[in-house]
Write a new protein. Sequence first.
Length: 428
Amino acid sequence: MRKGAKRILSAAMAAAMAVSICTISGSGKAKKVMAAAPTKQDSASETNYATILGGATDYGIVSNSLTQQGHMETTFATNRYVNEGPRAANNDVDYQSKTAHFIIGDISDDTHIILGKTTASSFYIEAPASVFEGFDQSTIKQDGPHGNFVFAESFGKMVDGQYVYPSITEVVNQNASANVDRLKQRGADWSERISNKVSEANSPYVLEDSCLDERTGKLVIDINSADFENKVVYIKADDKVLKYLADSSGIIIKKKSSTVVVFDIEDDVVNAMYNDNPLKTNKYEVIVDGVRHVSTTNPKGNPAGGYDDNDQNVTYKEIDNEICQKIIWNFNTDNKVQLNTFAGTMLVPKADVEFTGGNISGWLVCGKDVNTNGIEFHYVYQDGSTDSYGQMHFSLRKAFTENYANKDEVIPDNTVDIELASDKFLYQ
């Protein structure tokens, strides 16, 4: 380390982080959550979609298995992919202009990977040799079979009377599932990390002001204050949160754009309400500076159904920025999770997931099995990786500390805001 260095980079920080916990409970009237000690909050640069997902930011869905029943618009990484029978459907990548990434550990018999309309500049597909059997991208033609792949007419572009297709990098990896498992494990680790900090006994980190009220059958979480700018608000869900979560627009969050909200939903609360039945979710709203964003995106980048005070539609890019990247859902339960008209960064490490209505948007990291049930998933992220075959893909985390220490002994100060891209990494 060079003399005088003030910033310490650490590839892995496992230290506990300061948290602000808003426990939502009670009924009937507005409730206040009074501070038991001075408030201390995580910086939004410490806990957010990117630090949680890591390499999974390139994949809309990460799962043990993925059963596609109906059209989708996403990338994915899964140990087993099923898309067969009369309901076999295509998958567009029409929100992403960079590289579309896929990892497929295995496919079921008679499954086809049907690629439809795309705006991606290239495709990077990692899978065992058996998945690529019979595939030769030099002979791609519209609607033609290419082993386990099928390319819809809309996959290419007409240039000078000929169809031109995005380049496809075939990455043959007999152990592709190991990379899927790595992404799943990261999601599980972060789920546990969130769970541990929120459920810490007698935590001194609580909100000082009133943060919610119940009116006209809605749960309004009002943290639209400068006190929460560039900070993380952790919400420990109880039966009241689950009740409103199951209602259409039952939860309304008012906040600054820079505020990250993390919902922690634990198994004991889910079991008390649902027993062994699935946990239900529904559409919710996020209001940022008077603009109302709704947790859904319509197909192919059309306006998402959100609106501002002048009834102007908001786009999928705004849904990505204000909901998918800023609202984190930790479903730490064994109960199946049913997603309906839902969006955000969703961690489901221990349960199956099924889609039940509307469209689902953002990121879903599921430790078990996902069934789309004919409902679309939309990967609307705009800043994916552009890796080519043979390139190194890695990430670093930066932290500020009060004292210098060895890597495994570093205690970061997670309240410090770190501006994105404020430093350069030099490789020699």
